[in-house]
Design a protein around this ligand. Structure first.
Ligand SMILES: [Zn+2]
Ligand SMILES: [Zn+2]
Length: 365
């Protein structure tokens, strides 16, 4: 069974059958350790579920749950493919930083559930080695200690034993350069968070470039009740407002306004002070474990520079997802097919090299 057959099933309206076939392909890919393909098939499955959810209200909830589950698995296998290859064959074309980012991302993604075929040992092994290279010694210690409590394949045993001993001569802390900063609340985060890939202070999820796995300077926001996606996109496309309007806005909401982050952005500080979106970043409760998203209204949307907004245009029944970039000089793009985010330069290079998006394999036009 191949994708031509799948297309036939799809056309014939036998989508459930198409899903069944796709599940079989996915299963085979996992069993044969073709994790790249497993990721790709899971992504396809997730999109099938989303399509069914859009057509069939009865099953909508169940299908959306499956969509989420398969999206997560697609991401995990996509990343794990590189980690697995690195542990099999340590000569890699990836930079230490990319492997470090990927291993760290993966570790957080498998905290609650480890998908079939994904090895915690391989993940920790890559994490330990790359952390050490990047002087994230605290994280390297953690990874080596965890490894000692797991069953390690004989071919890695010596490296793990040696690494566990030599790491003891290193400092107890991680180099500051590798600590991620939260773009919502400006908190410098530790490298590990038991809650997952999110800020320890405000719980805002980190947004990664799906190539280098750098944290992108994006903060997700949601729309105020009563605002449709169509209207929101129109407002974002409009010219940014006159200064007078901004001042009015600030008067209304000065009670919530905090300015602790302004200095962190150097020259950009003066601009950010005027920016209503920046003010709404602080709309979370310090120390609360519950995540409170940034909510924006019409005037905030209108104040935005459209070049700094990233929109993931999901089909119904999902709503669009919106992100604001907080740095002027970092260009972010989103794949129109899978909605993964990338640094523009990385994405363009990858599409040039492979002729398709690295995650969903959408052909370049
Ligand atoms: Zn934060
Ligand atoms: Zn894509």
């Amino acid at each position: 069974m191949n994708f031509t057959d799948l297309y036939y099933y799809h056309k014939a309206g036998q989508q459930r059958e198409a899903v069944r076939v796709l599940e079989q392909l996915t299963h085979n890919a996992v069993m044969e350790s073709r994790f790249n393909d497993a990721g790709y098939y899971f992504w396809n499955l997730s999109m099938q579920c989303l399509e069914i959810a859009g057509k069939n209200e009865e099953n909508s909830r169940e299908m959306l749950q499956k969509f989420q589950e398969f999206q997560s698995k697609a991401e995990v296998y996509y990343v794990y493919h590189t980690i697995q290859r690195y542990t099999d064959e340590p000569f890699t074309s990836h930079q230490a930083e990319t492997l470090f980012n990927m291993a760290k991302y993966l570790w957080h993604a498998i905290l609650k559930e480890v998908p079939h075929g994904v090895s915690k040992v391989n993940t920790l092994y890559a994490l330990a080695k790359q952390s050490r290279i990047l002087q994230a010694y605290k994280l390297a210690r953690f990874a080596f200690e965890k490894l000692q409590s797991l069953r390690i394949p004989p071919r890695l045993q010596d490296t793990v034993d040696l690494g566990s001993i030599t790491i003891r001569s290193k400092p107890f802390h991680d180099a500051e350069e590798v600590l991620p900063m939260c773009y919502r609340c400006s908190t410098t985060n530790p490298l590990l968070n038991n809650q997952g890939n999110q800020c320890t202070n405000c719980s805002q999820p980190f947004v990664h470039s799906f190539s280098s796995f750098d944290v992108l300077p994006l903060v997700e926001f949601v729309l105020e009740n009563g605002l449709s996606d169509e209207e929101a996109v129109q407002l974002i496309q409009m010219e940014p407002p006159k200064k007078r309007q901004r001042d009015q806005w600030r008067e209304q909401s000065s009670g919530n306004m905090q300015s602790m982050r302004l200095d962190d952005f150097g020259d950009a500080g003066a601009d950010l002070e005027e920016d209503p979106f920046t003010a709404s970043l602080m709309s979370f409760e310090q120390g609360s474990t519950e995540f409170v998203p940034v909510v924006v209204n019409r005037s905030v949307l209108q104040s935005m520079d459209r070049s700094q907004v990233v929109v993931k245009k999901w089909p119904s029944p999902l709503r669009y997802q919106y992100y604001k970039s907080l740095l002027d000089d970092v260009n972010v793009t989103v794949c129109p097919s899978c909605n993964q985010t990338f640094h523009v330069e990385e994405y363009e290079l990858l599409v040039l090299q492979n002729n398709h998006c690295p995650f969903c394999r959408r052909k370049s036009i």
